[in-house]
Design a protein around this ligand. Structure first.
Ligand SMILES: [Zn+2]
Length: 176
């Protein structure tokens, strides 16, 4: 599933292997812990960085990372669809629907990334940057949702494929 790195200096979207993962790497975990310790030690005045340019730059960096995650998810989907076709999953009840859904998710990710990129461009141009940024942030979070849905569909199909392959192997060994 896609999560955002909780290290303030990173904030990248990453494909998390665990549901409770907070950081994209050990380096980021270390950095975030060190930051927490520093903050606890010193009574620092909070600096108010409400610079819209910085906010847009951070969002753009996040979008770039998200695009990489989405592309990887797309490649994974294509691979699973190919595997499903090879295993003739289509002939089995219920699975035809899963394969169709995967195709739909794939189109959904492409369309959503396209829309986010369009709003990114208008955010740069428009004067009411703040509003645009809020809208853009919402779109980015929507992409995360689509990619997460896609990944759980892939996971389900992967499990079914593994079962099918095992079944086939068992049948084969029986004929030997
Ligand atoms: Zn990180």
């Amino acid at each position: 599933m896609v999560k955002q790195c909780q290290n303030e200096e990173c904030r990248r979207d990453f494909a998390a292997a665990r549901r409770d993962a907070k950081f994209c790497s050990e380096r980021c975990r270390g950095q975030a812990n060190a930051r927490r310790v520093r903050a606890a030690q010193a009574a620092v005045r909070p600096s108010r960085v409400s610079d819209e340019g910085a906010r847009l730059a951070a969002l753009e960096a996040r979008l770039d990372g998200l695009e990489r995650v989405a592309k990887a998810a797309q490649a994974e989907t294509r691979q699973v669809i190919t595997m499903a076709a090879e295993e003739q999953v289509r002939s089995r009840d219920g699975l035809r629907k899963s394969v169709r859904e995967l195709g739909g998710r794939l189109d959904g990710v492409e369309a959503t990334v396209g829309q986010v990129k369009a709003s990114q461009a208008s955010a740069r141009e428009l004067r009411q940057l703040n509003e645009r940024l809020a809208a853009l942030e919402t779109r980015v979070n929507e992409v995360v949702l689509v990619v997460n849905e896609q990944q759980s569909t892939i996971q389900r199909l992967d499990e079914v494929l593994a079962e099918l392959i095992e079944e086939r192997e068992t049948r084969r060994s029986r004929w030997r």
